[in-house]
Every structure is written in structure tokens, then in C-alpha cells.
Design a protein around this ligand. Sequence first.
Ligand code: AMP
Ligand code: MG
Length: 269
Amino acid sequence: MTDPRKALVVPPGRDWSLADVDPRDTSLVGDKEKAKERLAADADSIAEWQEKLFAERRHALLVILQGTDTSGKDGTIRGVFGRTGPMGLAVTAFGRPTPEELAHDFLWRIHAACPRRGLIGVFNRSHYEDVLVGRVRKLADPETIERRFRQIVEFEEMVASSTTILKIMLHISKDEQRERLRARLDDPEKTWKFDPGDVEDRRHWDEYQAAYQEVLVRTSTKIAPWYVVPADRKWARNALVAGLVRRTLEDMAPRYPKPDFDPADIRID
Ligand code: AMP
Ligand code: MG
């Protein structure tokens, strides 16, 4: 697989259209079998890099996952980080803000969940909900939403001083979402995942796509660019996300620290 970053990035400061991304596209990963092999190899590599990141404790990695309901955020985390030691991961899912969270600024809970040096943090939803659902469901007035765009960019720039930020949107089609919602209703072991609110959000599909378009273009920055992953095919999605994470860690290139003593000098009785 060639580096998926070039093909998937939302180029900062340039014209780009979400509608041009085909959610069914698998051309970057080859066939299903190859993609699964790739995923397994990258998931192992991610686990190895994570050990070095942890040992070095100089930087953190924050992976932000966004996508509509049923886009596969949970499954992606399982597939990509399933081989990484649990001590090295800090996964946070963001739901509707609690009264306590609403009593603070919208970034308060986000900042508190950012990974410390040495960890890989994964956000299942994020501060981007505040400009997505916030806009579509009119939870805040337009001036507030507008202000948040600027605040998000500045916040990420600050976080980036200790943390590499990788922002990934899982892009599914409206038809695929229907299938997945249906599957949740038909399979008793999946019904717990069904949220009647998802059907209501689906009625606002076009508005969400428009909100995503704006968010992706306005907040893809050099320091924290967005990548949009075609996600109708779970195997292609997982292989692509693992490829993005593995390459990002490779560029961060954490190393085991050198001890400040000579191991040969140490006597253990
Ligand atoms: P789920 O990811 O299925 O557990 O659902 C979480 C729900 O919380 C989704 O409907 C999100 O849109 C909603 N949510 C997450 N963050 C916010 C936010 N900042 N404001 C309003 N709703 C949110
Ligand atoms: Mg939901």
C-alpha cells in the first residue's frame, strides 16, 4: 500500500469537496485479503511504536475520530489498537455534555482528556461535535459557532506543542448507514447500540454533510490536518486508519532512552 496520507488529506487552505470522496472506494488498499494482512502488520507495528513512545515519554499522539452514527468509530479502535497494550492507550468517548461540562467552556472536557506524554490518546467524537451537532441542532447561536472555529484551531496549535494530532473522519454513505441501523434492529446482540436519536439525526443527513464539509476545510491545518477515510467497507477502513497511525508514529520516531548507567556495571545479587 502506498502512503495513504497524500490521497486522504484535506489540503490545508485549498478547495476540497467531501462529495468527491467515494465512501465505497477501496482502491488504496487492494483486495480484502491483502488489506487484512496489512492491518495485522500495521497493528503490530503500532504496538511496538507505542512501547517506544511510552519509554521515551517526550511526546503524545492524539487520534481524533469523527464520523456520523454507525460510521464505525468503535470498530476502528478495536481493529487498529487491538494489539496495543492497554497501559499505553487513553480512549475517551464524548457524548452529550453533562451539566458539569456545560458549566465550563466547550474545550474544558477535551483538554482534560488529552493524552499525557508517552500515551496514545484516542477520541471517539471530540470538540468537533460542538461545531457539527452544535450547528445542525442549533445548540449554540451562529456567532458562538463561528468563534469556536477559531478557538479550535488555536487550541490544537497549543496542544500540538507536546502532542502530534491526527484527525480522521470516517466517511460512510447514506445507504450504508441505513443498512447498519437496520442490522442493529435485526440482531438482538446489536440492538443495545441502537439509539432512536440516530434516526432523527439521519433526517438531517444533508445538513451534517454540509457541516462536515465546512469543518474539514476550515480546520485542516498544517499542524493538524484532516484525513477522510472511505468507510463503507470495514476492512478497507481499518487498513487505511492503521496505515495513517503507523506512518504518523514512524515520523514521530520515538526511541528507547539510553540509560544513564552502564548495565554491565550493575550487580544483582
Ligand atoms: P454515541 O457516539 O453513539 O455514543 O453518541 C454520542 C452522542 O453524543 C451523539 O449523538 C453526539 O452527537 C452527542 N454529542 C457528543 N458531543 C456533543 C456535544 N459537544 N454537544 C452535543 N451533543 C454531543
Ligand atoms: Mg449514536
